[in-house]
Design a protein around this ligand. Structure first.
Ligand code: NAP
Length: 482
């Protein structure tokens, strides 16, 4: 079914048809850069949300009956369509969420690669045979055939910051495993998400297999997450929202990818030039609006001055400006986000932190801030800013660094910079995080690596194989031989 776009108003996909909501209401998205309208999405009614979920449920059985190879064909075609629409989608991501154009384009290409790899990996998912006699001799006549089955209808809820990549990272594994999907993009990001679904529709999506739900999470979220026909919720977003959703979801599994406060721990023998480059890249790309951004530096006092000098130089060289100019630091997603960063900076400076860059803001554009001499009584030492501010906490020894790293409510990733790899591994084993990066910035990917957070950073694991396994259950058939 051909998608229609009326002026800048986008429709939702329900059971193979692109439609406008009977609510008669739309939500306008404005550019974070200059508040110009980017377009509007439909504010769906509860009844329409219900049709989306029940339609997906109805479509799932036929889809699950197809072979992995047949399902993979849809994913390959989807990846091709995404690449064909690359410029249009990248431009929309740029305008809608304020991401530099080349990063937006990379997001689309990475997504196509992700989808293709998922199709390949799906073909390699297989079950196992377990011999009962391995447990006790009396069970030797039993043989368990363990196969993987789809869960049913997956609810995919994505955040604003990677509106295409983090959406496809939920939809593709669900589809290859034989599930149907109800996809609810972040409202600011919903136009990019809609174009991604349009690519899937063009690729030959069976009617109802992926239904698109648009509307504010605060309005339709509860109805969606408690719908009895949802079999798993795969959510990426803030920890508070994630915790709320996990409390609402009853007797169904949830996968949560939440916030972070990733530290970079810099030891005396670190290659400071490399560490500084990775910290600035990790801390400031897309203005720090990444879950795995480096959000604090824990540096040993002996090398702190030298590191700080290098950080300062590299931050000065960052391009600050508009996404259209491919700047690295661009306006934050909205005014509230910029206000929050400003408050964190004001609180820290008020309590004695030393700003080493000019504190400057124009609308939602917050210039990169490097804060030295941050102490643990400052809010910026603990809160996720989701903006371009990097606190430096000077520590006396490795033990202190580990204690501060672990005192965080979050546990997504951590970096350790040192030439002593054995020591890095030892430190890594003490850090309460999902992943440790030795001599590299914290980041997601390559996408087939396991990706997970502990504590308030998440629940469950992602990474292509893990993501596929997460949306399946094991089914055991026992053959009792005479
Ligand atoms: P958010 O405000 O928590 O929103 C995430 C999604 O949840 C949006 O689609 C939102 O819809 C929806 N939502 C809100 N309330 C809901 C409810 N009651 N029921 C159901 N859905 C609801 O997060 P964000 O600002 O978009 O993203 C930033 C956060 O995501 C940061 O904390 C970041 O660290 C985290 N993140 C984590 C990862 C990771 O992999 N760990 C990756 C990226 C981002 P609306 O937009 O309509 O409100």
């Amino acid at each position: 079914m051909k998608a229609e776009m009326i002026a800048n108003t986008y429709q939702f996909l329900l059971n193979g048809e692109w439609r406008e909501s009977l609510s008669g209401k739309t939500i306008e998205n404005q550019s974070p850069s200059d508040n110009t309208p980017v377009g509007s999405v439909q504010a769906m009614t509860e009844n329409e949300v219900n049709l989306a979920v029940t339609g997906a449920k109805a479509a799932q059985k036929d889809w699950a009956n197809l072979s992995f190879s047949e399902r993979a064909e849809l994913l390959y075609a989807w990846a091709d369509q995404l690449l064909e629409m690359k410029e249009e989608i990248a431009e929309t991501i740029m305008k809608e969420v304020g991401k530099g154009y080349s990063s937006a384009e990379k997001e689309v290409v990475r997504t196509a690669d992700f989808i293709k790899y998922t199709a390949e990996e799906g073909k390699r998912i297989h079950g196992e045979l377990i011999n009962g006699g391995s447990f006790n001799a009396g069970s030797a006549n039993k043989l368990a055939m363990v196969q993987r089955e789809p869960l049913g209808v997956i609810l995919a809820i994505s955040p604003f910051n990677y509106p295409v990549n983090l959406s496809a990272a939920k939809i593709a594994p669900a589809l290859i495993a034989g599930n149907a999907v109800v996809f609810k993009p972040a409202t600011q990001g919903a136009i990019s998400g809609t174009l991604m679904v349009r690519a899937l529709d063009k690729a030959g999506l069976p009617s109802g297999l992926v239904n698109l739900v648009t509307g504010k999470g605060s309005e339709i979220g509860d109805y969606l997450t408690t719908h009895p026909s949802i079999d798993l919720i795969n959510f990426t977003g803030g920890s508070e929202t994630g915790e709320y959703i996990s409390k609402k979801a009853s007797m169904i599994p949830v996968i949560l990818e939440l916030g972070g406060k990733d530290p970079a721990i810099v030891l005396n023998d670190a290659d400071l030039e490399k560490a500084a480059g990775d910290i600035v890249g990790g801390g400031f790309s897309y203005s720090g609006q990444r879950c795995t951004a480096i959000k604090r530096v824990l540096v040993l006092d002996e090398v702190a001055d030298a590191l700080v000098d290098k950080l300062k130089d590299k931050i000065k060289a960052l391009e600050v400006g508009m996404p259209e100019d491919n700047a690295t630091v661009t306006p934050l997603i909205n005014e509230k986000a910029a206000d929050f960063v400003q408050q964190l900076v004001d609180d820290a400076v008020g309590k004695g932190a030393t700003p080493l860059t000019d504190i400057r803001r124009e609308g939602n554009l917050v210039y990169p801030v490097l804060l030295d001499n941050v102490t643990v009584d400052m809010t910026v030492a603990w809160e996720e800013p989701f903006g371009p501010v990097l606190p430096i906490i000077r520590v006396q020894n490795i033990e202190e660094a580990v204690i501060i790293a672990n005192e965080s409510e979050y546990g997504l990733q951590a970096s350790v910079f040192t030439k002593n790899v054995e020591q890095a591994i030892r430190i890594g084993s003490e850090l309460e995080v999902g992943s440790v990066q030795i001599n590299g910035k914290t980041e997601r990917g390559p996408d087939h690596f396991p990706f997970l957070g502990v504590k308030n950073s998440g629940l469950g694991a992602q990474g292509i194989r893990k993501s596929i396994e997460s949306v399946t259950r094991e089914k055991v058939t026992v053959l009792n031989m005479s």
